[in-house]
Structure formats: structure tokens, C-alpha cells
Ligand binder design. Sequence first.
Ligand SMILES: Nc1ncnc2c1ncn2[C@@H]1O[C@H](COP(=O)(O)OP(=O)(O)OP(=O)(O)O)[C@@H](O)[C@H]1O
Length: 259
Amino acid sequence: MIELIHLIKKFGDLTAVNDISLTVPRGEFFAVLGPNAAGKTTTIKILSGLIKPTSGCARVGGFDVQTHPLEARRKLAYVPDFPFLYDKLTAWEFFRFTGQLFQMHDERIEIVGRELITRFNLEPFVNKPIEGLSHGTRQRVAIVSALLHDPEVFVIDEPMVGLDPHHARVVKDVLKERSLAGMTVFLSTHQLSVAEEMADRIGIIHQGRLIAVGTREELRRQSGASGALEQTFLALTAQEANLVEEKGPDKLSALGRKA
Ligand SMILES: Nc1ncnc2c1ncn2[C@@H]1O[C@H](COP(=O)(O)OP(=O)(O)OP(=O)(O)O)[C@@H](O)[C@H]1O
């Protein structure tokens, strides 16, 4: 389970995350959408414990990521849009290193690693140094290393960037299977089709605020727009932009607009 409680992040005068509260229950596949600079990555970085919120808190499996970082991180996997990998290691060495960080037994690393390597078609690459791998292959290595310890919560920023259609399908299938088995997925994307196909619920962030949360159908009703998620997304973000222009962001907060 993920809990974001009155999360605020300011960078100087800029409020990148503006009082976001949200609960994502165990096993839910949650997609977060939003225009550029809306605050998605900042929210994800706070959730992953990489940056500190100005106020409010983020919990993973009941543990505050700031006050109980080790407990929270044990339950969490985070794949950024441009993952950091140890380039001089081979993919297999990197998997063993990651598994050991999560205190997995060597035997377990071998068994789970082999399953994932096969599933993600990584056999031809696992004994080569990571520095020579293509972007899409590196992305698959990052996803495998994040899934290795069987996390309770899987956070991923732009998962399909650089993946060919076949491997995008593999990633979608594996994440959906894991979420059906109880893993909570929190995914940020600009690919509306991914959210539309995969997510149980979708959240839309606009200028740091969570302006809408719900199932695909609930968001469609809220937007008043018919058709694909693209129309819903454009209608909701345009309505919010108009509201901000009419009332100003401070008045919206004063009116108690749900963040
Ligand atoms: N370290 C930082 N210092 C100053 N401003 C920052 C920092 N990190 C993010 N920001 C600002 O916070 C705002 C939100 O950025 P964020 O990366 O969270 O947006 P995003 O929704 O992920 O955008 P995109 O879809 O373009 O990736 C932006 O205005 C960004 O410039």
C-alpha cells in the first residue's frame, strides 16, 4: 500500500507538489498522468525516499519513507525513466549485487534471476558489460533488477521509453500479473494508452495538484468528455487551467479544492 499525506514540495518559490493526498491499496495498478512539469517525477522521488518533502509524508507498506527508510525501501522497487546502472558490471553481476542488497540468498537470486532473464529475453546480454547495451535492453535490465526481490510496491517512471512493441508488451504483462498477485504498481506515463489499458485507477496531476482520481469511467464522467482517455485528459487539464486562471492557485487552495 502507498499513502501520500498532504505532500508538499517547494523548490524556492516554486511549489512542485501542492498538498497531494492519496492512498493506493495493495495490488492496485495506479497510473499517474499530467502535463510536463506537473510534479509527477517529484512525487515519485519523494515516494521513493530520494528527496525530502517540504511537509507531509509518504508511506510504503505503512512505513514513512523519511522516518523509517530501511523498512520502506525493503518493500519498494523504483525504476526511474533513466535508470542508474553500474556500467562496468555485467547484467548478471548487477542482478547478484541487487539481490544481495536485499539480503536474498544466492540460490534464490539464481532461480528468480533466471526466470526473469528468460521472461525478458535477456539471455544473449546477461554476461556482457552493461555499458555496451542498448537503451531498451538497459531498461529491461533495470526492470528485472527491480523485480528480483519481489517488492510489495513497484514505482516506475515512463516504463515504455525505449522499449520495442514486443518488450513493451512483456513489461505490461509482467506488471499486470504481479499486481493481480498483490504487488502495488505506481506508474507515471505520458502514454495515455498504457494508463487506459493497464490502470485500475488513474490520477491526473496538474501544476502540483492532484486534480482528478478515479477509474477510467469515473474520470470520463467527471470530465464531461466522451471518447478515449485523451479527450478526458485534455478536458480535465483544460478545465483546471481555466479555474487557475479565473481564481488563482491560492484561491483554489483557500476554497479547499481537493489536491
Ligand atoms: N531539483 C529541482 N530544483 C528546482 N526545481 C525542480 C527540481 N526538480 C523539479 N523541479 C521543478 O518542479 C516542477 C515539477 O517537475 P517534475 O519533474 O516533477 O515534473 P513532471 O510532471 O515529472 O514533468 P515531465 O512530464 O516533464 O517529466 C518543474 O517545474 C521542475 O522544473
